[in-house]
Design a protein around this ligand. Structure first.
Ligand code: GLN
Length: 207
């Protein structure tokens, strides 16, 4: 079973570890650069991206992780993890660093104050389009959305019209993939539905 890291400097590490264990992968919490050695993939959890960025510096993990991603390490980022993987970030602190592994522009806290957290059912390409598959429950917590995606990026899910009272959210991109890198604005790790993690573990096995 593939060893998959979970970046463990901040955020909801435990939920991702539990999901990987349930799928028969071998999770490894990563706090030190040496713990990147031999990984088949890595998950960057939800949390707070500016704090995560700062702690990656403190733990001397930023450069080794960015280099591993540049060399093709498969990765899945959820919420703050999506922000960390992005190439461009809107509405963030000027000193926050990011890993530049996905050709997307992400807007932090995009859904605004009134609907800053919400849930909705989603269509997810490669998951809910299988015969008989149920929709995927998206749990959004002060989530980003993808403002623009480069030509090499595949859109996997968008916000269904009417999911929030704010029509500006309708149709926004909330899940993407580019090669071996996947990101979601929402938190599948809190729902007990393992299909997004399964999607990532399958991607790791094929990489
Ligand atoms: N708003 C957070 C950030 O900017 C992300 C929230 C989350 O991961 N649930 O990093």
């Amino acid at each position: 079973s593939p060893t998959i890291g979970v970046l463990a400097v901040q955020g909801d590490v435990r939920e991702h570890v539990a999901a990987l264990t349930a799928l028969g992968a071998t999770p490894r919490p990563v706090r030190r650069a040496e713990e990147l050695d031999g990984l088949a993939g890595i998950i960057i959890p939800g949390g707070e991206s500016t704090t995560m960025s700062r702690l990656l510096g403190v733990f001397e993990l930023f450069d080794p992780l960015r280099d591993a991603l540049a060399q093709g390490l498969p990765a899945y980022g959820s919420c703050a993890g999506m922000i960390m993987l992005a190439s461009r970030i809107l509405d963030t602190r000027s000193d926050a660093r990011h890993l530049d592994a996905l050709d997307i522009t992400v807007r932090r806290n995009a859904f605004g104050r009134q609907t800053d957290s919400f849930e909705t059912d989603l269509d997810f390409a490669g998951i809910t389009d299988r015969p008989g598959a149920a929709p995927l429950r998206g749990v959004f917590i002060r989530a980003p959305w993808v403002e623009t995606a480069g030509p090499g990026v595949t859109v996997l899910a968008t916000v269904p019209p009417g999911a929030t009272p704010d029509t500006r959210a309708d149709g926004r991109i909330v899940a993407v993939a580019q090669g071996p890198v996947v990101a979601t604005s929402f938190h599948p790790e809190v729902t007990g539905d393992l299909r997004v993690h399964e999607y990532f573990v399958d991607l790791v096995r094929r990489s």
